[in-house]
Unconditional design. Structure first.
Length: 95
């Protein structure tokens, strides 16, 4: 599922989603949404290629990891480490 398209469909139907951007592997510079954030392949599933980034100095490594799976990454700001976010952080894929 393309996360960028899904976010647009959700917004059109009044479903709130975290602020996010799409990062292209071939861009000269990579924007970010602030930290903490989650970086994941735009069309991937099952958390493959996904990282939770708490600090700016870890952002480049998370992008590099995600780009192993796809040329476009979805980057979304995390505002609350609720139960789902905490579980994800414990189970995230190792590099």
């Amino acid at each position: 599922m393309n996360k960028e398209v899904a976010k647009k469909l959700f917004a059109q139907n009044g479903i709130r989603t975290p602020m996010g951007i799409t990062v292209n592997k071939y861009d000269a510079e990579y924007a970010n949404v602030g930290f903490p954030c989650v970086v994941k392949p735009r069309s991937g599933g099952s958390s493959v290629g996904t990282s939770v980034v708490d600090r700016e100095e870890d952002y480049a490594a998370a992008l590099e990891f995600g780009f192993k799976y796809e040329d476009y990454l979805s980057v979304a700001k995390i505002f609350d480490y609720g139960a789902i976010d905490k579980a994800f952080k414990l189970c995230r894929w190792s590099k």
